[in-house]
Design a protein around this ligand. Structure first.
Ligand code: C2E
Ligand code: CA
Ligand code: CA
Length: 653
């Protein structure tokens, strides 16, 4: 704040103004996230610009002290030193906005933090502001100027302190340029005190603006090239900030359940275009940024009351009901919209990720009442907690091989003997969470990448048990073992299974590998390779759960299955005359014709869920070859299964 008296020397200021224009134009032109730090930077640019302008004006008035009006001179000075102080206070606030949530900016702390700048501004406005003028140098001095110096010193100290203290959290990409900026500013302040004739306060401002600009995220880092949407990284930045500063807010997540179908049918390009267009339309309707948070999911962050969010999401649902025109095709997004409240249901970005994982895995049929919007509530939170508990249990169980295999006999209607069994896995630990059905834990194990270990364990157990008790010579012609899709995709599957069979000297023909139809139709080269290789070895394949998906018998002839397993849901309505009239009527047509068709195609049939003698009689008469169900036995542990085989003949003949 010192000025050379001989002429208007504003070379430094002029250079600074050039750089300032560069930063300002870059800031205004580039797409940016509405983060708090970006907003503070915007204000810093404004205040910095004001400071530069009044810096130059002050140089003029002070070098023309006699000709310029004293009031104008005083006002120019007030704005100049006042804006300098505000700028450094903003720098401090900027750095504070980078620090973690554990150190929240409470209102009390913010008031305390604003105290120095507020007091010094009052002093600048009301206090005496004099100019020292010895004929060579002129500068502002007096009480007002001194309070500004003090305030700047406090903010620089605080900024430096917070930067150092939270350097690890801030991350080097941001920490390094901002520390350089703060360091340079401190050096400039000290130099100014020592060399009043150096005109460098504007240099400090410009350097700070420049270094912060360097540390700002590059828009390319958070926009996706393919869809043009803001991506996952942008969402994480915004979510992290919202969690740090906002009391309550909502994340609206839109799961696009038919996106895979669109990719398979129309290709990735169309799917990307559709996503981009959808995001843009939603952005317009909701007036908040839309992020592509994970594959097949768009999300928005909304503040406001629950009611306001409900109105907003209802409008969203109505919009999503319409189709989207992409090129010459009109596409329709099949969606589930969830509203998730924070911090009620998540307090960290990781917790939110877990919720999204959970919701992404939910079946599209989770919404049978077709509610336009689903509010994530206690029930979902409880289900997620159970899921996380099962995950932990499974991880431990896989490490300790804490599983066992049970066997459910399969009855041959022609020979009236037990000719086979299905091996089913069970978790040993029934204490921690009670009994957990494989129907529940297998999909979780698949998701965690644990299914291969479990599958290997089951195969190994079945082989050891069959070998030890010589099951093939006790009338068990083949054993049914479930293979997960994930296992089928493993390029080493065939070699691994072969090695285990060899260890126990079992013939590959002894194994009927059960795969679901989805596994056989998935577009993976390894599935085909594995099926072909295992068939070449002599293994057989069963199509599991026939009747649950979109069953396609044409496919069945492509992958020659030895057995088709009819799901309970196809069998039970046939025998249920009272309850499901419509369904049972239909199944009285479907079941017998399915059986006849499979027979004609040359495959054998297993009917699952056989629970009564009447079912046994009727299904056998229909031409079903094998029966499996509680009527004969529940799935039982190995020794019980052996006992069952021994007593079966007495029991059922
Ligand atoms: P799934 O392959 O359809 O197995 C048949 C399921 O039906 C078994 O359930 C069995 O206990 C049950 N069941 C059999 N007969 C009757 C009956 O008469 N009435 C009723 N109500 N149910 C009957 P479980 O053991 O709970 O297995 C559930 C699913 O978990 C299996 O369905 C299979 O998809 C999967 N799973 C089980 N073990 C394994 C395994 O080792 N590997 C893989 N990948 N999946 C497995
Ligand atoms: Ca099965
Ligand atoms: Ca089944």
């Amino acid at each position: 704040m010192f000025y050379h008296m001989t002429g208007l020397h504003i070379d430094t200021q002029f250079t600074c103004v050039c750089f300032y224009i560069l930063f300002l134009s870059q800031y205004l032109c580039k797409k940016k996230l509405p983060t708090r730090t970006n907003r503070i930077y915007g204000i810093m640019l404004l205040v910095g610009g004001l400071n530069l302008a009044f810096d130059i004006l002050t140089v003029y008035t002070i070098t023309h002290l006699t000709t310029s009006h004293p009031l104008i001179n005083r006002m120019a000075h007030q704005i100049f030193i006042g804006s300098l102080d505000v700028f450094i206070a903003l720098l401090c606030y900027y750095v504070l906005s980078l620090i973690p949530r554990e150190r929240p900016l409470t209102p009390r702390y913010i008031v305390l933090l604003m105290l120095p700048v507020a007091l010094s501004l009052i002093a600048v406005l009301t206090g005496p502001l004099s100019y020292y003028n010895d004929g060579k140098y002129a500068y502002s001095w007096g009480f007002s100027a001194n309070t500004v110096y003090l305030s700047i010193a406090i903010y620089l100290f605080l900024t430096f302190y917070y930067l150092l203290r939270y350097r690890l959290h801030i991350g080097s990409r941001i920490f390094v340029p901002i520390s350089i900026a703060v360091g340079v500013e401190i050096a400039i302040a000290l130099l100014q005190l020592r060399h009043p004739e150096w005109l460098i306060s504007s240099l400090g401002i410009t350097l700070i603006l420049g270094f912060i600009y360097v540390s700002l995220a590059n828009p390319g880092e958070y926009t996706e090239k393919q869809t043009g949407c803001l991506g996952r990284y942008a969402f994480q930045i915004m979510l992290d900030e919202k969690l740090r500063f906002d009391d309550t807010f909502y994340v609206i997540s839109i799961f696009l359940d038919n996106q895979n179908f669109i990719i398979n049918t129309f290709g990735h390009r169309m799917s990307d275009q559709m996503l981009g267009r959808l995001a843009k339309t939603l952005e317009k309707t909701m007036a908040v940024p839309i992020y592509h948070t994970r594959s097949r999911c768009l999300s928005a962050i909304c503040s406001g009351s629950a009611e306001a969010v409900r109105i907003q999401t209802d409008a969203l649902a109505a919009l999503l009901d319409q189709s989207i025109q992409v090129e010459h095709t009109s596409l329709h997004a099949q969606t589930r919209i969830y509203v998730i409240a924070a911090p009620q249901f998540f307090k960290t970005p990781d917790a939110f990720e877990a919720i999204q994982d959970h919701l992404a895995l939910q079946s599209p049929n989770v919404n049978p009442d077709h509610q336009p919007v689903l509010f994530y509530g206690e029930a979902e939170a409880k289900a997620l907690k159970r899921r996380v508990d099962i995950q932990t249990l499974l991880q431990k169980a896989v490490m300790k091989q804490d599983f066992h295999v049970v066997y459910q006999p399969i009855y041959n209607t022609h020979t009236q003997t037990i000719q086979s069994a299905e091996a089913l896995v069970r978790l040993n630990d029934t204490q921690t969470l009670g009994f957990i059905s494989p129907e529940e834990f297998i999909p979780i194990a698949e998701h965690l990448g644990l299914i291969e270990d479990i599958g290997r364990f089951v195969f190994q157990e079945v082989c050891a048990f069959s070998h030890k008790n010589d099951l093939p010579n006790k009338g068990i012609a083949f054993m049914e073992i479930n293979l997960s899709v994930i296992q089928c995709m493993n390029p080493n599957l065939t070699a691994e299974l072969k090695a285990i069979m060899d260890t126990y000297h079992l013939d590959p023909g002894y194994f009927n590998l059960e795969i679901t139809e989805t596994a056989a139709t998935l577009d993976s080269p390894f599935i085909d390779k594995n099926i072909t290789a295992l068939k070449a070895l002599g293994c057989h394949f069963s199509m599991d759960d026939y009747g649950t998906g979109y069953s396609n018998l044409a496919r069945m002839t492509e992958t020659p299955y030895t057995i088709i397993k009819l799901d309970k849901s196809l069998i039970w309505p046939y025998f249920n005359h009272g309850t499901y009239t419509q369904e049972s009527k239909r199944s009285r047509v479907i079941l017998p014709s399915t059986v006849a068709m499979v027979n004609d195609l040359g495959a054998s049939i297993v009917a699952e869920g056989v629970e009564t003698k009447a079912m046994v009689k009727s299904l056998a008469a229909m031409g079903v070859d094998y029966l499996q169900g509680y009527y004969f036995s529940r799935p039982v542990p190995d020794l019980e299964f052996l006992e069952f085989l021994d007593t079966f003949i007495k029991q059922f003949t």
